[in-house]
Design a protein around this ligand. Structure first.
Ligand code: MSP
Length: 506
């Protein structure tokens, strides 16, 4: 069995989870579920990023000790994973002993290879981004200074260890050219390449002005820069530094899913750290876009943060999962609007998919004695329908492989529309009297169509599709992609159908 390793960013515990966190993890979850459905052995990792100045400050503001604070907020992210139905195999916290050990081992390896030296940092730092900025990147407004991200910056002057990032620039450019799929989408790849072509500075990788971090081995005055600490989580969970560990077979990761704001850390620093330490870089970094809320930037100060838990309470889990990946091309920015959500749920889930299932299964109940009819002979329109269905799993596989989730859903929906066209044209309800043999054939084909849709939609809507497969009489061992090649036996009894999606009032 071939292995696949997918990761989400680890989330800062300075705040409660919001729609952006749910979104990155959802995409990763669908990817992981699809790979399992295809027969791969999958490791899906998520977790929380608990060190650094930003988290330390949030703990101070809450009047709490940082460990107690991170214990509390980290739990919200585990709860979110349960609410959203994420199928992660591990949940890493950077305050765990296994992670401290991995960070320190990586540091020592970099020291051994002369990739780290002690120096002095003087420059701008944005706590909100946990990032250093060059003087040319800083903007001044009303006497205050800001990073290009809008985060306020402060002047930092302290002793610091540096990673020799500058020397890795040419190697990185070669690496991007030899691995054209390493950064996706292409717009992000270009952005990263322009940045690296502009020349890289050595990177400050330790801080001395606060203590909430992993201590630098042999120099306790320093804690590691939070991004070096955070990125290392991806190898900690795979067993590093024990490269004989059972889990190490999953490295290198197949896809690191990230938001567009953190692509530089993943596509520049991370492969450079790994290569410098003699480890293999990940295969791909996919950067998705950002959500706005009804046309507005999402921010705490505007009070328009979208709480994924409330959304699920209101509309149900699977409709929310479907909408988030259906509405916006993965990689683009997108707008969250209730009208769009309701439009998709009613039009695509309830009217197109739900209706098709309900009509087909009710007719089988009523007219075929509740058992799967036999498909004897062929009629007009059958071939087109069956050809579209036969190629669907492979097309979806290609699209999900490129993280084009919206196109995968569009392809499935197009076949569901075709199946609705087929049922209208064939009118099996009218065939009962005129041609019952043909009626059975039509219903059998529609059943096959529904089985394909339910199978390929499992990663997107696991609960509802399990219910649909139950109604279709598909046994648990018949739900993988490979099982589609094995038709259910004629005469399989089907349980009474029940509606799968409910319409929502606008
Ligand atoms: N801790 C770092 C990641 C370290 S990974 C080694 C971090 N954490 S975060 O909690 O701030 O952000 C996590 C993810 O949420 C990012 O991928 C970010 O892009 C995403 N989002 C935050 N707001 C978002 C939207 N409004 N829309 C979509 N995603 C957004 O960065």
């Amino acid at each position: 069995m071939s292995t696949k390793y997918f990761t989400t960013p680890i989330y800062y515990v300075n705040d409660r989870p919001h729609i952006g966190h749910a979104y990155t993890s959802l995409a990763t979850d669908v990817m992981a579920r699809w790979a399992r459905l295809s027969g791969h052995e999958v490791f899906f990792l998520t977790g929380t990023d608990e060190h650094g100045q930003k988290v330390e400050k949030a703990a101070q503001d809450a009047g709490m000790d940082p460990q107690a604070f991170t214990d509390r907020v980290s739990q919200h992210f585990r709860d979110l994973a349960a609410t959203m139905g994420f199928s992660n195999d591990d949940f890493i916290r950077t305050t765990e002993p296994r992670h401290k050990a991995a960070c320190q081992a990586l540091w020592e390896e970099l020291v051994r290879r002369d990739e780290i030296y002690l120096g002095h940092y003087e420059g701008w730092y944005a706590v909100r981004d946990e990032a250093f900025y060059g003087p040319d990147e800083i903007e001044e407004r009303d006497g205050k200074r800001f990073a290009p991200t809008g985060a306020p910056v402060e002047w930092v002057r302290e002793p610091s260890y540096f990673f020799r990032l500058s020397k890795w620039g040419p190697w990185l450019l070669d690496f991007y050219r030899e691995n054209p799929d390493f950064i996706a989408p292409a717009s992000r790849r270009n952005e990263v390449m322009r940045f690296v072509e502009g020349g890289l500075q050595d990177l400050s990788i330790s801080r001395t002005s606060f203590t909430w971090g992993v201590p630098v081995p042999g120099d306790a005055a320093h804690v590691m820069y939070v991004w070096l600490d955070a990125l290392t989580n991806y190898i900690t969970a795979a067993g590093y530094p024990d490269t004989a560990a059972e889990r190490w077979r999953f490295w290198p990761a197949d896809v690191h899913f990230v938001g567009k704001d953190i692509v530089r850390f993943h596509a520049i620093y991370w492969p450079a750290f790994l290569q410098a330490a003699g480890l293999t870089p990940p295969r791909r970094v996919f950067a998705h876009g950002w959500w706005t809320n009804e046309g507005q930037k999402i921010s705490k100060s505007l009070g328009n943060v979208i709480d994924p838990v409330r959304l699920v309470e209101e509309y149900g889990l699977d409709p929310v999962r479907y909408f988030l990946l259906r509405e916006v091309p993965f990689g683009n920015d997108g707008d969250f609007s209730r009208a769009a959500l309701i439009g998709r749920l009613n039009g695509e889930l309830a009217d197109t998919l739900g209706n098709l299932a309900n009509r087909t299964l009710s007719l089988i109940q009523r007219n075929c004695g509740g058992v799967l009819p036999e498909a004897a002979g062929a009629g007009p329109g059958d071939e087109e329908l069956l050809a579209g269905l036969a190629s669907l799993p492979e097309r979806v596989d290609g699209l999900i492989g490129r993280q084009e989730f919206h196109l995968a859903l569009e392809a499935i929906l197009a076949e569901a529309r075709a199946a609705n066209g087929y049922i209208t044209l064939q009118a099996p309800w009218a065939l009962k009297k005129t041609d019952p043999v043909r009626m059975a054939v039509v219903l059998r084909h529609l059943h096959s169509a529904l089985r394909v849709f339910a199978t390929v939609l499992q990663p997107f809507m696991p609960g509802t599709m399990a219910a649909m497969l139950d109604q279709l009489g598909v046994p648990a061992e018949g739900r993988g992609l490979d099982a589609l090649a094995r038709p259910l036996p004629d005469g399989t009894p089907l349980p009474a159908p029940a509606p799968l999606f409910r319409k929502v009032e606008a």
